[in-house]
Ligand binder design. Structure first.
Ligand SMILES: Nc1ccn([C@@H]2O[C@H](COP(=O)(O)OP(=O)(O)OP(=O)(O)O)[C@@H](O)[C@H]2O)c(=O)n1
Ligand SMILES: C[C@](O)(CO)[C@H](O)COP(=O)(O)O
Length: 230
């Protein structure tokens, strides 16, 4: 299977509130970004990777990849855009593989098993995303904080990345999304908007997105637990 990865890594991490963007924070001895990239670069189905970074960080990220001895012949760096959707679209222009995985730089706990299963399902349907059943009760609330309803939890899944697509489908979805002015918080939304089916692969709760400060504490605990000899 000819598969490449787009890693949007151009965010500023405002909700994390750290002095540096969260993808560069230390996670038990290596930057989060490096830990995330290693998972894909070590997977046998992945031949290429394009990293979308903030335009002021292209040189420093390139140096970081060299410092951690990542295989540079597989990794290209490009300038991201103002929103995640723009960063993914720009990185997509640099990737020519038949299949594309999109994965947030700040989800370091994705596994090889999940990547492999997503590729199998995407090949069947054209698009597959990792997701987990929602654990909380989800309410709709007005801007004034009045509850207007409660959603049926058994039908709700929290979507993660990786999200895997046939490249031609993803490019078309992004281009239509741009034409219609859709603001999508994930890539599958753009594919869904074309009426194209998307398959869910059940993931696990540890593949969460590092977003707020307490997530770093949880991430360190998970990393240490996974590194313990069995
Ligand atoms: N213009 C942007 C914004 C986000 N991202 C990336 O998209 C992923 C998920 O986004 P999010 O968690 O929202 O990251 P930030 O935008 O950095 O966070 P915040 O919204 O708190 O500022 C991250 O890997 C982030 O670097 C990106 O490539 N380009
Ligand atoms: C793509 C994503 O990680 C799926 O959960 C998420 O939607 C990104 O959202 P954010 O607005 O960039 O935090």
């Amino acid at each position: 299977m000819n598969a490449g990865v787009v890693i949007p890594a151009a965010g500023k991490g405002k909700r994390m509130g750290a002095a540096i963007s969260k993808q560069f924070l230390d996670l038990c001895g290596e930057p989060v970004l490096i830990r995330t990239l290693r998972v894909f670069l070590d997977h046998p189905a992945i031949s290429r990777m394009v990293l979308a970074v903030h335009r002021d960080e292209e040189t420093s990220v390139s140096q970081l990849l060299d410092e951690y001895r990542l295989p540079r012949e597989k990794v290209r760096i490009t300038a991201g855009g103002p929103e995640r959707q723009d960063s993914v679209y720009r990185a997509l222009q640099e990737l020519e593989t038949e299949w594309v995985l999109v994965h947030d730089a700040v989800r370091p706990f994705v596994t090889h098993e999940q990547i492999s299963e997503l590729l199998v399902q995407a090949k069947r349907v054209g698009a597959a995303v990792l997701a987990v059943p929602v654990k909380d009760t989800i309410k709709e609330v007005t801007p004034d904080l009045d509850v207007t309803g409660t959603l049926e939890r058994s039908r709700l899944w929290a979507v993660q990345t990786p999200q895997v697509f046939r490249r031609s489908l993803l490019v078309q979805a992004h281009e239509e999304g741009r034409r219609k002015g859709l603001a999508a918080t994930d890539d599958a939304m753009l594919v869904e908007a074309m009426g194209t089916p998307v398959r869910v692969v059940k993931g696990d709760y540890s593949n969460f997105k590092l977003t707020t400060p307490e997530d770093m504490i949880l991430a360190e605990a998970i990393w240490k637990m996974r590194s313990r000899p069995q």
